[in-house]
Design a protein around this ligand. Sequence first.
Ligand SMILES: [Zn+2]
Length: 250
Amino acid sequence: MTPSRTPAIVLKVMDHGESDKIVVFYSAVDGRQISIAKGAKRSNKRFVNKLEPFSWLEISYGRRHPNIMAQIFEADLLNPFITLRCHYDRYAAASTIIELVLSWTKDNDVDELLYTTLLWGLTNLDNGRPVLPTVLFFHLKLLGIVGYQPHLAGCIKCGSILAKGQYRFSVNRGGLVCPTCSTAASPSAPHLPLSLSTIKLLRTAQDMELERINRLRFSVASEKEAASLLKKYGEHLLQREIQSWSSVAG
Ligand SMILES: [Zn+2]
């Protein structure tokens, strides 16, 4: 067996037995993987201070047999993203990003765009960019990657294109509903009011490359609307609460 070397981001770490750790990571090449790091709980030069959530590593790993868990043999730090552990707001935002990735992926899922988007999110937070917009842009891009991009071009019910008026977002349908179509909504699948400026900002963000996305600025009101929309739509799709969200967006 020749070990693979790949950059990877640590999503989750659990103690295993007396001396080992179980590590869930997302790599550029093999996507989400669960692996064991033998001896990692002991003072072990190969792993010390490296196998921590958020760390960006270059790892050497492989399987001795197809039916057993992969093993990490070595890890080199590319960036520990240390500031994400020192500032509570960044820690909460990074935890939300990691929770979203864990919720939307399964072991062996591979998506290079998801990997680069995850790396962008953690790097952006580490660089001191505003935390809530980073989480909102990350979540918006992630929903596109997993095939649930919110439909914001017009009314999802009658097909009319975006015009003036009070639009609402149907969590159930995953898109905007125009003022005419926006009638009674059930409490379990609410229609959320969304201003035109928020809709336009989110649409621009959907199409914009990540390298340029920090140029977009939320107003206080738009940030609140976008946070409410993305939380409720995300939780509707996942059918459960996104637990870390409240520590970022209140
Ligand atoms: Zn309509």
